[in-house]
Design a protein around this ligand. Structure first.
Ligand code: AHG
Ligand code: MN
Ligand code: MN
Length: 335
């Protein structure tokens, strides 16, 4: 069988799209190279001295692991030199990352979570990199924060790399969702999952249920529904929770199911849950919708939320259409 590389796939799709300038392909190719470098480091994480906490905290007030920093540095280093971006934003940086003028600028904006699921690094469990790409609306002046705070529906592309039993890239440019698996022997991502569609209804629910006591009543009702033998599928959904959004989302995308990270009352500073709208919820929502699924915050479509700040957090319910619709119904009935 003829193997299609991600670059060939991009070129074919680019010809058929408005992004046929070559610049978008350049952007993705640079990102792919960064991910290959991260993947290599992740694979030898047990061998070299990159394990463990650095002792520092990131802008979210969480402890940063060395590989997070490394992944962040690799992406910034490669992408600022690509000549196609006007700004970047990373989960690990408090502010916008400007592109030095000497490297040349373009119209694209890259938002990313360099290493997602980092609590799993030390125990050899899948982690990932998430990305979201926008285009600036006004190219006549230097980019400012409001250029970056676009709603998710404006994304021109989104995707993730998963460093699991194999390394995969899954992405969308609004033309379906496509998955590629890295063949380490040739160093190429090969098309392995063309036009992914998420099952309309799943059998899996994914949530950190230990926060039960901090949830509001509708959230408890939602989770009780999925556990109930009397639900729509007439048996309890299976609970699967890895603790890496990328890995939990990826499994549910292929098998069907729902991932939930609701609001809770644990930390008054984070009343909207833990996940970040720009670098986590929006890209996953775009992929889910393109695969035939849904993503909401309980009340609204994730992709319709107007962001107010770079590190805004949002409750997230994402996955199979019928399962997410069920959540929407329960919230509507109880509010
Ligand atoms: P990150 O490693 O980028 O900080 O993201 C961690 C996230 C996400 O991957 C996962 O879904 C969630 O944290 C797990 O949080 P809990 O431990 O609260 O369940
Ligand atoms: Mn993350
Ligand atoms: Mn992260």
């Amino acid at each position: 069988m003829r193997q299609i590389t991600v670059t060939e796939h991009l070129l074919v799709h680019q010809k058929a799209s408005a992004m046929a300038t070559g610049r978008f392909t350049r952007l993705l190719n640079e990102l792919i190279l960064a991910a290959k470098i991260i993947s290599r480091e992740v694979n030898k994480a047990g061998l070299v001295d990159v394990l463990g906490f650095t002792g520092e905290v990131n802008v979210q007030g969480e402890q940063v692991k060395k590989l997070d920093e490394y992944a962040n540095r690799v992406i910034i280093h490669r992408m600022e030199r690509a000549g196609v971006l006007c700004a970047m934003a990373s989960e690990e940086n408090a502010d916008l990352i400007e592109i030095p003028a000497k490297f040349g600028q373009g119209d694209y904006i890259l938002i990313f979570d360099p290493l997602d699921g980092s609590s799993n690094i030390d125990v050899n469990v899948s982690i990932g990199t998430i990305f979201s790409i926008y285009r600036r609306k006004d190219g006549t002046r230097p980019v400012v924060l409001s250029d970056v705070l676009q709603k998710g529906a404006e994304q021109v592309a989104a995707g993730y790399f998963i460093y699991g039993s194999s390394t995969m890239m899954v992405y969308t440019t609004g033309n379906g969702v496509h998955g590629f698996t890295l063949d380490p022997s040739v160093g190429e991502f090969l098309l392995s999952h063309p036009d992914i569609k998420i099952p309309e209804q799943g059998k899996i629910y994914s949530i950190n249920e230990s926060y039960w006591h901090y949830w509001d009543e509708p959230t408890k009702q939602v989770v009780s529904y999925f556990k109930s033998p009397e639900n729509e599928i007439k048996r309890p959904y299976s609970l699967r929770y890895i603790g890496s959004l990328v890995a939990d989302f990826h499994r549910n995308l292929l098998y069907g199911g729902i991932f939930m990270y609701p609001a809770d009352s644990r930390d008054p500073k984070k009343p909207s849950g833990k996940l970040r709208l720009l670098c986590e919820a929006n890209p996953m929502a775009f992929i889910a919708e393109q695969a035939g699924g849904m993503a909401i915050d309980g009340q609204r479509r994730i992709l319709d939320i107007e962001p107010q700040e770079l590190h805004q957090r949002v409750p997230l319910f994402v996955g199979s259409k019928k399962d997410v619709q069920k959540v929407a119904d329960i919230y509507k009935c109880s509010t």
